[in-house]
Structures are given as structure tokens and as C-alpha cells.
Design a protein around this ligand. Sequence first.
Ligand SMILES: N[C@@H](CCC(=O)N[C@@H](CS)C(=O)NCC(=O)O)C(=O)O
Length: 418
Amino acid sequence: MALVLHAGSGNKNALKALIAAEYSGVQVELVKNFEMGVSNKTPEFLKMNPLGKIPVLETPDGPIFESNAIARYVTRLKADNPLYGSSLIEYARIEQWMDFASSEIDPNIGRWLYPRLGFVPHIPLSEELAISGLKRALGALNTHLAANTYLVGHSVTLADIVMTCNLYYGIVRILTKSFTSEFPHVERYFWTMVNQPNFVKVMGEVKQVDSVPSIPSQKKPAEPAKPKEAKKEPKKEPAKPKVEAAAEEEEEAPKPKPKNPLDLLPPSKMILDEWKRLYSNTKTNFREVAIKGFWDMYDPEGYSLWFCDYKYNDENTVSFVTLNKVGGFLQRMDLARKYAFGKMLVIGSEPPFKVKGLWLFRGQDIPKFVLDEVYDMELYDWRKVDINDEEQKERVSQMIEDHEPFEGEALLDAKCFK
Ligand SMILES: N[C@@H](CCC(=O)N[C@@H](CS)C(=O)NCC(=O)O)C(=O)O
């Protein structure tokens, strides 16, 4: 029988137990028809958690509150669960990172976010302290993740689940890309985690917030209640002066989208879509048809070719994590589909796998909006291809055709961005 978890869906603290349950083969179900502020304030609920806070897990031996305790309980239901590590020092390090997430990351996100959501008054100095505390914690986490794929050991543990759920809340509500890009290893870690199948089952697709919520206008202290008057007709809004109404309309008119600077480049004889079609439709004689076609079409004035090499190949110790990492990169490149084509090779028959790629971009440089928006770009070393060098040209051809062996090694996978 499934254990019942009292919380609303999407609650960051409930996610911990739900994800741990997926990894552990334990059945945990959210209570039906939960209503925040109502369901958690009933006498029955207060018997389970006197604070009236969620989540609460009902177990055959009684209720448990505090999300980390609940997640630990779910994890321990599976004997020798790898989520909980396999040695005394691993247990301790898992606890260490869980505590770190709950005391250094989560509260600072809350102290920054809640005043902006209007839950508590906004005090600029408190916000400054929250942001600097968060940056300090993320800096330490970033340093740890520069040399480690996971927080502890070589696979996902409960520490990763708790940390990711705490980061998740920040990333979907207040931590914009321009804030997180200062911590590239944390970003890579976060996106790798939330793309793991057991996370996806619970969290679905995760989208980073576009902007920091603005500070709500601070409410004035409530005026003393006036003696009740006889019922009046509801006050009608005075008619707006015409000029004011027009100004509002003007403000609402959609602004023309600024053109991408790449659309202003002189036209190119190379039609990117034609090349993509040729690539997709060539099933046989790839070298003679697609590769030859590519070089016939290639316009070195309108486009440039780039090799990329992942900087942290030593971290690529688990095949599916490496593949997910590359998959995530390609997803994030979506914004460049009109201006780019790419091949990403995952190389080697055993770990650590090497990740190398080839990209075709419109223009002579890597587009600025790609560098600004896709954090993965800085995880690679980039080198412009010199097509007058036959060796480099041949390497381009081999990357496009998934030539195997590639530089003497087998390919684990080859992904295409088109
Ligand atoms: N440390 C607790 C925090 C629980 C908590 O703050 N829950 C919030 C929702 S995320 C809540 O229930 N708030 C309602 C209230 O404070 O009355 C945990 O990790 O479970």
C-alpha cells in the first residue's frame, strides 16, 4: 500500500520524498484534494504536525514531519539503498550536504524571495544579506562540483535529491540565468539532475525564471476600522480622462521584436535549411552525397565552423549522465536553430568519456546571444576551423558523418542539432 504524503503538488519539500521514492521503488502518494491553509490547519492535521506545516508523511507507525526526515525514512525503507551511501564517511557526507542545502541554500532563497512575493515586508539590508549568504553558499558548492559530478561518491544520493529540490525552488522563482551563471558547475549539476528520469517523473519540465519578481508596493498600516455605514451602492470607478486611457492603450500595444543581428548580415548563398534537409535525407553513400554536398554549399563568408572540446571530461564517468548533459546542451541551443547546425560526439567505449563537437554558425563569430544565453558554452574550449587546413577539413567531415573510430576511439553516441 502506498504511503500518504500530505502536501500540495509541486511543494519543494514534498518533492524530496517523492523523488527518493522513485529511486527506491517505494510507493508514496500525495493526499487527495489538499488545500494549503485549510487541510493543514484541521485538528486532525495538527495532531500529525503541531506546527500545521507540510509535508507530513503517514506511515503504519504514525506520522512524520520535516521533509528531510521524511525523505530519509522513505530511503531507508529499501535495504542497503545506494541513495544513502555505503560507508560511515559517505553517510556523514550525505548528511553534511543535506544540512548545507537546508541551512545555507534554502533559507537564503526564502529570505530573498518571500518579501518580493509580499509575504513579509521588504527590507533592503535583509535582502542584501540573503543574497550575499546565498552567493557564499553557491560559491562553495560550485567549487565542490568543479571536481565532482555528484555531491557524494559516483552516483545520485539523497544529498543530491535534497540539494536539487532546494535549488529548484530558487531557480523556478527567483534565481535568473544572469545570477546563476556566476556558478557554472552548479548550473551544470542542477540541469543534469533535473533531467534524470526519476526527477523528470516527479518535477516534469523545469524552466528557469526570466526575471527577479519586483518588490511589491509596501502596504500602509491598516487604518482603524470605521463605524459601519448603511449599505451603499458599490462605488463606480470615475470615467478615465481620454488622454490617460489612450496612454494605457499605447503601453499595451505590442512592441516590434528587435531583429537578431544575424538577420542583418549580407545574404549568404548557403541555405541552412537546405543543408539540414540534405543531412536528414541522406541514408546511403553519406560521404559522396551529404559530405560532398556540404562542402559544395558551404559559404565561408556567411558562416563559420567551430570545434568544441568539453573542459571537464574527467567528470564524464557515467554514460547516461554524460549523454544527458549533452542532450541538455542541445535543448538549450534551441534558440539558435535558425542560425546553427551542430554535431556532438560522445567518445570512448569506457569512462571517462570525451565530449567533442562541431558547430556551424551564421556569421564569423559564435553568436553573442548564444554565449549570453547558453551556459554550457563556457564549459567547452572553442576553436575556429581553418578550412584551408586539409586535416581540419577532414575532421569536420568525420564529425558530420559520425565516423567511427573517431580519432582512434569508438563512439558511445553522436547527437545532431539541426
Ligand atoms: N523545515 C520544514 C519546513 C516546512 C514548511 O515550512 N512548510 C511550509 C510550506 S513549504 C508550510 O507548510 N507553511 C505553512 C505554515 O507555515 O503555516 C520541512 O522541511 O518540512
